[in-house]
Design a protein around this ligand. Sequence first.
Ligand code: ANZ
Length: 848
Amino acid sequence: ETAHDPHAIQAKWQAYWAENGTFLAGGDDDTRPRKYVLAMFPYPSGDLHMGHAENYLYSDIVARFWRHRGYNVLNPIGWDSFGLPAENAAIQRGADPREWTYENIAQQRESMKAYGVSFDWSRVLHTSDPDYYRWNQWLFQQLHERGLAYRKESPVNWCPNDQTVLANEQVVDGQCDRCGATVVKKKLTQWYFKITDYADRLLDDLNQLEGFWPTKVLQMQRNWIGRSVGADIDFAIEGRDEKVTVFSTRPDTLYGATFMVVAPDSDLAAELAAGASAEVRMRFQDYLEQTQKQTEIERQATDREKTGVFLDRYAIHPLTGERLPIWAADYVLADYGHGAVMAVPAHDQRDLDFARKFDLPVKVVVDTTAPITGAMPVIELDEDGVPIDVPLPSPAETGEALTGEGRMINSGPLDGLSKRNAIARVIEQLEAAGAGRAAKQYRLRDWLISRQRFWGTPIPMIHTEDGRIVPVPDEQLPVRLPEARDIDLKPKGSSPLGAATGWVETTDPETGAPARRDPDTMDTFVDSSWYFLRFLSPGNAEKAFDPKDALRWAPVDTYVGGVEHAILHLLYARFITKVLFDMGLVDFTEPFSSLINQGMVILDGAKMSKSKGNLVLFSDELDAHGADALRVALAFAGPVEDDKDWKDVSTTGAQKFLARALRVAADVTSEKDVVWAEGDQALRRVTHRLLADAPVLIEQTKFNVVVARLMELVNAIRKTIDAGAGAGAGAGAADPAVREAAEVTAMVLDLFAPHTAEEMWEQLGYEPSVGLVPWRSADPALLVEDEVTAVVQINGKVRAQLQVPAKIDSTALEALARSDERVLRAVGDGQIVKAIVRAPKIVSLVVK
Ligand code: ANZ
């Protein structure tokens, strides 16, 4: 027997699928229910890697599954083809980023095709194509029209290496998430998308996704949005007309505020210092310089020695009229809340550390030893059982802030109240005094979308000579990128497009006067924030997408991708979806109904990377083992969300399994019209249990379990064939159950090893494609559990026999016995005084 050549059958079936459009989504006239399955589209940097192999495998399993279940499935693919790596590679090699990008796309496309993914290849998109990014420009203008795209000057994250700004989301531990350089702050005027307008909806709508998205991702999104609830409190400042507002999550502790702290790098600090003595001004200036050298992380580290300067200015407590000294200290951040806090050292650890360092007063306003409703007070007893009166510790002495709950003290009208009631009461008081109100704060910041780079979507705005900023008229879209060869791409702190004179110079659409294009390009996360909608209306020249198509297909039913996108991409896509909903263009508010995050493929416990030289290359593995073996090995390697160590991924094991599967199909000798019911019952049970369980397992994304069950079925088929060899007509290879099992194997194997499955299907005498075969339903009669006969004895005499499941437990068996008619009759007026039960076989009753 010759071993099968995976590459030959791959080529054969891939050509068939392409020629027959096997996996194209059905059109408008297709009446089947629809499913939209999507793998996060790749970035075309070099060839695909093992992470992609996993990603497209899982989404393909789901897509193929739904086709068998009778759905009209859309499983499209495209490329996220703008971005820095293309540009950097281009700069290093002197190549054109466009050529580099499209060469990589061609290579990745080949790999995907060789991998046998059932994509709808008629809908391919590249975000760097003008007919895609034209709609990015449209989207930008839509946001601009609605006040959701705006310019402001503010300190931004600046990557000194890539010479561009970064969104907050792209700064990881103070470093550029692309190149690892330490990110610095720089004041620039940039374009922002007003995602903060949607903060509440972005947070609250996560509840809809509970159970459909990984809990970890939901939590990361919640933390990122970071909603805090509390109050804004206004403090009058001596020698200043305007009040200063602080945000506090603990307004209940207002009576414990003993000083105020402002962020040294805020405008407020500079202004307050400017009104102080020359000496204070100098000390403040020094301190500011020190602060600017610190990263945000360093500033927030709790174990750091507190630093700060007294500004020699005073705030007035809004309820008591006390004078509170104002300090500048770096633990207060300029861009959170209002850049100023009321310091309550008794109940906030940072404030306490600061107060102890600089000898500021500490005033306790919450008695944390007092019992509070809903919590059991901890009462310690002495030797005689008399409660020990626990004294309230002094934070000034212990150095530990009292952060727990308790009852208010030293707080005038708030005394005796719980935290919750005190918060409500103090907000009423502040409102009455015109000195405060309930307020919320978010960690989320507006989305900075301008980039000073070439390879991206040009921002479709024009700066006129008289200082207006106007949209490029719709009929002039797209604003195309110029040819790269005419431009110096080296990063120099401003967009290379600004130096492309012929490109940047334009005219004012209203007056015809000379004007300049906005030289920046958009963050590529704009491109990926709505691409899933473009797949629905491929090539539409009038619209980004047709709302009718969106109504038909969207939202995405199953989205598959890496957990590295848990915040950025998913948050932006959710935001843009809500904007499109508000525009009336889509009828849903969440883009991805369910989300699968695949684990990483690692090697010997370590992340693979080019720099470590431990890369397992996708195309190498594909060449060596063929697509099906690679797919089966990965699917079998473990639960979807787990990391998979490549050294535990057995492509040889997978190859052997596939060869066995092919062989059983080849061995079948019965005709297509055999009566399955006449086949071996034990084998039929294995087959039908797989038919019944696989749909549940697939929906639970337990793909590895389904592969294991397929292996079990193939083994069972082999056993039946071998056991029946020579046993006469209708046995062994001729057993109808063998044919049935082989056919089911082919159908289910299609999810994992589609080329082998097609080959089996053909062997079994059918026309292709096995990929479109309707799922066979399991015969309930073959699913009943194994049963055994249990006997019920009464005083030693057998009175009844019961058919019970083999797995029945003693309690259930006894209950069955006691309620059996024959048993009831035999017991009559007697009393059951004892029952001895040995599940599943015997129940012995003693009756008196
Ligand atoms: C008084 C107070 C008393 C506070 C207390 C806490 C405990 P989250 O939960 O992160 O929103 N804060 C406000 N603005 C700040 C800024 N720009 N930089 C640093 N800290 C700032 O934290 C809100 C709390 O952090 C606020 O509540 C404020 O301190 C501080 F027993 O006000 B609190």
